[in-house]
Write a protein that binds this ligand. Sequence first.
Ligand code: SAH
Length: 228
Amino acid sequence: MKIAILGAMSDEIAPLLDKLQNYETVKYAKNEFYLAKYKNHDLVIAYSKIGKVNSTLTATLLIEKFKCEMLLFTGVAGALNEKLKIGDILYTTSTVQHDLDISAFGHPYGYVPGINVYEKTDDKLNEIAKIVAAKNGINLVGGVIASGDQFICDPVKKEWIKSTFDADAVEMEGASVGQVCATLDIPYFLMRAISDEANGGAEIDFDKFLEEVAQKSAKFVLGMVEYL
Ligand code: SAH
């Protein structure tokens, strides 16, 4: 199978390239796509650059141009749920765009006409993730991911997103990647490792823990490929 592995930042996919060593680089759309073979699968690895626009473009290219049949996202996120601590990893059960607001028309926050508020992820891939976690003794929890084009590092904003959407973690790409895959009928899996707690000083934790936790997420996702 041809599998896309997508991150938002170079640090999120660097551990994969380090591990694979042998890959071909294809330059396209002011970005680079890394083609490799792993466990009988063809991989196309890329980082989109941050935010919903970049991740939408790259997810679409991975599917439409590179013909990937499945997409795995690896990256980091801020925790909203107080049970999630830096270094924990979670898989996404559903996504929501916390910055999409047409409430002036009487709709709930995050509502997308024709789609609704939440986009559910793929049960089958989530089940595979649970098996991989169990086999490796990893504590993996599922949760709702709220995406928006903002780095959340403020307790008031954090509480608003958490309580409005009942979300567990916040980041900037999951909902857009999920929507692309769901619309194009491509099974997808969204994994995040917690880099910060989305409150005051989150940017300091983010810089401190990015490399270490991004590695955890990337390792997990590559481990999943062995079960596909
Ligand atoms: N330090 C980078 C910017 C990182 S933006 C630079 O200066 O270029 C944060 C990235 O990590 C996004 O890809 C987002 O998905 C994720 N993320 C981690 N913690 C987050 C938080 N608290 N709020 C929003 N996104 C977060």
